[in-house]
Design a protein around this ligand. Structure first.
Ligand code: PMP
Length: 359
């Protein structure tokens, strides 16, 4: 008989949990995990390859444990007067968040997020032995500053996750709400800006709130706008003392020399790597407009995906699209589905397949 999880001396607090499980199916049109579906531009790929080849010559040695060049690169990219001692990098922003939880959550502590939000927050939290509290959003998925602050005061968490703009709803988060939540909290406040590059250009990032707020952290990723999901690179900006705290929990040499070389080279070409953002935003807005015309209810999105309501039977629609070679995401919100904005032809394939299903 096959051994089951329950047969193992597993931690009690992990029993009954289910792992992150977005389906990975090899369909022609994959619009389910909010990747950038445009490949890395050819000329940048060559430079990244050169960087990796160079790093490979020294791969018998451990990498720079402080990933100095890469932190400098991110400080330059983010601007806002940031310096490298305020930057941390890990294998995807998931690991960045894990490091934060290892340092600031853990057994007996609590992390908090406003539901629905990124599904990994509770999983990462519980894996550190902390408990997770889900707060409530307004009916349109926005947050009201006073109400959000009230919920934070009541829950009194050690870590607050603010996904801005929010996954899976696409909802923007105003800076005054972040300020109110920070003022109402005593714990760390993590603003997860994984999708910030898809927000309107003139909107300010939470990076502008960092000065004078030592409990505030802004996390970012190269997985979305940068078209670098497979390389696994996430980063954050915070007070240098926060960076010191993260050094306590990371594994020595957690960022491989090849990852550092690839990311440093990609960052040197940030404008080229980000050149598809406008095109993706145009496809996102076209998807929203067409969904409305088809009678669905797309939610406002500042990201590279659209959550749409008005789906009678999400499981059936999801399957109908799957059978037509289009993979999107059922995020478990009633009568809703989420689709990533792809290339023009991928977005067309999704919209045509959906229209062909009828309502
Ligand atoms: N935060 C949010 C809000 C996300 O949607 C994702 C990816 N789906 C991540 C973090 C993690 O991304 P990565 O680990 O690839 O940086």
């Amino acid at each position: 008989m096959a051994v089951r999880l329950d047969d193992l001396p597993l931690r009690d607090d992990l029993r009954g949990l289910t792992p992150y499980g977005a389906p990975q199916a090899a369909l022609p049109v994959a619009l389910n995990v909010n990747e950038n579906t445009h490949p890395v531009p050819e000329e940048v790929a060559d430079d990244i390859l050169d960087g990796i080849a160079h790093a490979l010559r020294d791969v018998n040695r451990y990498p720079d444990r402080e990933f100095t060049a890469l932190r400098e690169g991110f400080a330059d990219y983010l601007g806002h007067g940031l310096s490298r001692d305020q930057i941390w990098v890990a294998n995807g922003s998931n690991e960045v968040l894990q490091h934060l939880l290892q340092a600031f959550a853990g057994p007996g502590r609590t992390a908090f997020g406003f539901a629905p939000t990124y599904s990994m927050y509770p999983l990462l939290t519980r894996a550190t032995g902390a408990s997770y509290v889900a707060g409530v959003r307004e009916s349109d998925y926005t947050l009201d500053a006073d109400e959000a602050a009230r919920q934070i005061e009541e829950a009194d968490p050690d870590v607050v996750f603010l996904c801005a703009p929010n996954n899976p709803t696409g909802t923007p988060l105003r800076l005054d709400v972040i300020e109110a939540i920070y003022a109402a909290s005593r714990g760390m406040v993590i603003v997860d800006e994984a999708y910030q590059e898809f927000a309107p250009r003139d909107e300010r990032s939470a990076l502008t709130l960092l000065p004078g707020r030592e409990r505030l952290v802004v996390s970012r990723t190269m997985s979305k706008a940068f078209a670098f999901a497979g390389a696994r690179v996430g980063y954050l900006a915070a007070d240098p003392a926060v960076i010191d705290a993260l050094r306590l929990v990371r594994l020595p040499y957690h960022l491989s020399a090849l990852t550092q070389a690839a990311a440093t080279a990609a960052l040197r070409h940030a404008p080229a790597m980000l050149s598809m953002v406008d095109e993706i935003v145009a496809q996102r807005d076209r998807i929203s407009a067409t969904l409305s015309a088809l009678g669905y209810q797309p939610h406002e999105s500042w990201t590279n995906f659209v959550l749409f309501g008005g789906v009678d039977d999400p499981a059936a629609t999801w399957q109908g699209l799957y059978d037509r070679g289009v993979l999107i995401r059922d995020v478990g919100i009633a009568h809703s589905l989420r689709v990533t904005a792809g290339t023009e032809s991928e977005s067309t394939a999704f919209l045509d397949a959906l229209a062909s299903l009828g309502r």
